[in-house]
Structure formats: C-alpha cells, structure tokens
Design a protein around this ligand. Structure first.
Ligand SMILES: Cc1cc2nc3c(=O)[nH]c(=O)nc-3n(C[C@H](O)[C@H](O)[C@H](O)COP(=O)(O)O)c2cc1C
Length: 487
C-alpha cells in the first residue's frame, strides 16, 4: 500500500461512485443516497435518555489548539475555535478541548488549564460558543456542553514543547524507549494518583460553577486515564487486575459526585488500541515518510501493554475488557460515552485516519477508509450491547464529501447516537448543518486530511486548518509553518 495507490475521495463526484468504492474495498460503511433536510433528517432528531435531552445528533469533538497562554488561559485563537464549535450546529459539545487539571498535567505549554486564574477565560469560551450556536441555529435549547479534563501522563510536556516530562502509570517497553526512559524510571505512586484524583475533583467543581453540563473524564489516546486502564504490569491499588485498573475511574466518579453534585459525567474512551507503529525507514524516500509498520512485539508476548488489545496478537482488537468497562460505566449511572481508538502519538492511522501523515507520523499503512470503518464497527458493536447509553462516534472527517451521507445512515441504522466531528470542524464547521438545512455543500472547505493541524503543533505552532482556513493560511504562523515544513 502506498499513498499514491489510495483513491482520493475528492475525485469522486457522485454518492454512487463512493458506494461502489466501498464495495470494492469490501467495507461495511453505511451510506445513504440522499441527505434529508429539516425535521425529516435523522441527524436532526433529538436524543432522549433518562434526564438527558440533546436537541440533535451532531456532536463537536474535543479539538485542542495548542494556542493558550503559558499560564493556561485561552487566547483570541482559542476563542475563534470555540466560536467555530458553536457554528457547527451540534447540540452536543463533547468537551471543547483537553483542559489540564494542573500545570504539570499539561501535554504542552500552551494547553488550557483549570485554575482560579483561568476560570473567567474558560467561561468566556463557553459563552462565545453558545452565542455563535444561537446565531447559526436560532436557539440554544437542548444543548449539552461538556469540558474535557485531562492529565497527560506519559505525554506531559508542561514546560517546553521539545522536552518530554513523562509521568507514567506503568512501564511500556516500546514507548519508554521513545523518550529514553530506563526500566527503573519512577512510575507515579499510588498516593500521587490519589492526589491527581483530588485535583480532578477540584477542577470538576469549577467546571460546574462555570455552567458546563458535564465533565468528560478522558480515558483515551494514551494519556493517564487510558494508560491506567492498560496498566496490567503495575503493582499496587491502581494496577494489575481489571478492578484495580478501573479504580482511578471509580474514585474519580465518587469524588466528583461529592465535589460537584448534579454535574453530568461522560467518558471518552479509546475502546481499542494497537501496538505502537512507526514509519518504515526502508521505504522512506525523497523526504517522504514511509508507511507505518508495527514495532517488533514478538519478544513481548503475551502483550500486556494496552487496553482493548489481543494480548497474543497486539495488532488485533479485543473488546472484552472494553465491554466490562462500559458495564461499569452503566452501573455507575454514566450514560455519555464517546468512542475513539488508539493514540495520536503511536497509532495516528487508528485514531484519525488520514491520507497525508503529520510530520511525526508515517504514510498510511492501509486505506484510511479502513480506519473509519474500524471505529464505526467498534461503536456499532458497543451500542448494540449497551442500547441505553448515548454513544458518540469518532473519525468521520476522512469521509469528506460523503460524511453527511454516512453520518445520516449510521444514525438511522442505530449504529451510533451522535456523529462527532473533529478535523472537519477546523475547515468547515457547519458542514452537517448546511447538509441538513438542504444548502449546497462548499467543497472547497472539505477537510482533505492534510494533517497540518497536527504538524503545526508538533513544530511548536498553534493548530488550525492551514491549507483551507484563510485565517491560518495567510497568517504569519502560516508562513512560519511553510518554512518549517521546507526544512
Ligand atoms: C488538532 C487536533 C486536536 C485534537 N484535540 C483533541 C482533544 O483535545 N481531546 C480529544 O479527546 N481528542 C482530540 N483530538 C482527536 C479528535 O477529537 C478526533 O477523535 C480525531 O480527530 C478523529 O476524528 P475526525 O476524523 O473527525 O478528525 C484532536 C485531534 C486533532 C487532529
């Protein structure tokens, strides 16, 4: 598989051509011929689940911008992105973006942070979003707006973008080596994890004070909550057995119910994972990254370094613990679940299928549509097992022009309750709103997965859609990114 051999979806003009292409690839991705409008649209029907009512089936995924101030406050760029979240028209705003519970928990020195001095700024983001949502849709009724709280764990870089300061839950022979961690490097102690839980509870109380409807307890993408779920080799209260590995979540929920009674709770989960991938240097040429290949894992079997992975073949998914985890959430009375997979750091093709790799990635090892189908299928499977929970699906942006057709079909068939939009929100926030209003789609704004939204932050610049959003394209950071990419 080479990038050149992957059919560019932008070249397909008709839905029928796309459907044929899916058939050729033998992929199970439902796709409706026609996108319905207004009240006839499945995407415009409300979700009702217990006390939760959400006005439509469109969700904005958390999308951080690496554009906060070094003291964790939003900037004008952050505000602009949150206005775009509002313009998306989705009644479910899943978290806005990752907000660190303390300074040392940040994934980069420009990540937002919850603290007394940032509360006003975070409240302004929510206000700006609601205002813009009202302007787009005419009303802010039946919205659910959450804030995603995070501890970046292994991927902490709180002080300098170029200096990893990992706070690991357990050793991972492949990922440790990537940042030069020795096998005796300290792991977070149980009491340090207790302290982190306390920080989450304090932050959640602030989330409630600021008027958010729910808090997302991030358990995805390799960050601390997710790493703990897979901490099979960890000793002590937070590692080893499934019960111990989910203690972090259970203690968080109990603590937040005490510190912020009545605040909704959602969980974004990497429902499956994979052994880390890297680019194949033997197939890199002319400055182009080679395709992704899995790191050598044969000496690590049975593989005990992940969650939702087949331990005897860690390039395969095993959802049995994921199902246990969702049962646990349901028993705890948590209804809001956002399904994602993998990690942007070590399996980007799993987490956000793309045709063009970011600077720290690799060329696609598979047609990115396979990655979309994988996340859709996992979500379908989980939704089937837990019909009373609200499932948000991820990784739809690669569907490009056909995103509305697939989103409608997935909701209509009950594969998912709400369709989350990630990268597409950066280039064309109102795509699904336009489609379900019956307006023509602006094809020039469709995300083509160039990955500059990731390459820019990897090079120390804010995220954004540099190729398609004129604001970034013509800005001084746009010029800087071009220069940096040339090097
Ligand atoms: C620039 C960028 C920022 C992101 N920020 C976050 C984040 O703050 N929290 C999170 O859970 N996921 C984050 N994600 C992942 C997205 O929410 C989403 O899962 C992913 O992009 C796949 O969805 P898509 O195909 O619609 O883009 C980010 C992704 C990108 C590309």
């Amino acid at each position: 598989m080479t990038s050149e051999s992957i059919l560019r979806l932008g070249t397909l003009k008709e839905v029928s051509q796309f459907q044929e292409h899916l058939n050729l690839l033998t992929l199970k991705i439902p796709c409706d011929e026609e996108v319905l409008h207004g009240t006839a649209s499945p995407l415009r029907t409300p979700i009702e689940c217990g006390s939760i009512r959400i006005g439509n089936r469109i969700a904005v995924q958390p999308m951080e911008g690496w554009d906060g101030t070094t003291d964790g406050n939003p900037t004008e760029l952050t505000l602009r992105r949150w206005r775009n979240f509002g313009r998306n028209g989705g009644k479910l705003v899943w978290g806005g973006e990752a907000v660190a519970v303390t300074e040392e928990a940040r994934a980069n020195p420009h990540q937002l942070m919850m603290a007394p001095h940032t509360e006003r700024g975070l409240a302004d983001l929510r206000d700006a979003l609601i205002q813009e949502h009202r302007r787009t849709t005419g009303s802010d009724d039946d919205m659910q707006i959450g804030l995603q709280l995070t501890h970046s764990g292994r991927f902490c870089r709180p002080h300098r973008q170029d200096r990893a300061e990992p706070r690991i839950a357990c050793h991972h022979p492949i990922l440790d080596a990537r940042v030069g961690l020795s096998s005796d490097a300290p792991v977070l102690s149980d009491s340090e994890i207790d302290d982190i839980i306390d920080k989450f509870c304090v932050a959640a109380a602030a989330v409630q004070r600021l008027g958010f409807d729910f808090v997302d307890l991030k358990h995805c993408h390799g960050y601390l909550g997710h790493e703990l779920l897979g901490a099979q080799t960890r000793a002590g209260r937070y590692g080893g057995s499934f019960e111990n590995r989910t203690r972090f979540l259970r203690n968080l929920v109990a603590g937040i119910r005490a510190s912020a009674p009545g605040l909704g709770i959602g969980v974004r989960i990497s429902a499956f994972d994979m052994v880390p991938f890297r680019h194949d240097p033997a197939r890199s040429h002319d400055g182009k990254l080679g395709p992704g290949i899995p790191e050598q894992f044969e000496s690590l079997l049975p593989y005990k370094y992940g969650f939702g992975i087949n331990s005897s073949n860690p390039v395969e998914i095993d959802l049995s613990e994921t199902v246990h985890f969702l049962s646990l959430l349901e028993n705890l009375g948590i209804r809001l679940v956002n399904v994602t997979g993998g990690s942007p750091y070590y399996s980007p093709h799993i987490q956000r299928p793309a045709l063009y790799p970011p600077s720290d990635g690799y060329a696609p090892p598979e047609d990115p549509l396979i990655g979309v189908a994988r996340q859709m299928e996992v979500t379908r499977c989980l939704k089937q097992k837990f019909p009373n929970m609200i499932f948000v699906g991820s990784a739809y942006s690669y569907l490009q022009d056909f995103l509305p057709n697939v989103a409608q079909a997935a909701v209509r068939l009950g594969w998912v309750d709400s369709v989350g939009m990630g990268r597409m929100v950066l280039s064309y926030p109102e795509l699904l709103w336009d489609a379900t209003e019956g307006r023509p789609i602006d094809r020039k704004r469709i995300c083509r997965t160039f990955s500059d939204c990731t390459t820019a932050p990897r090079k120390g610049l804010p995220s954004g859609c540099y190729p398609l959003d004129k604001f970034y394209k013509h800005s001084s950071v746009g010029v800087q990114l071009k220069e940096l990419k040339k090097r």
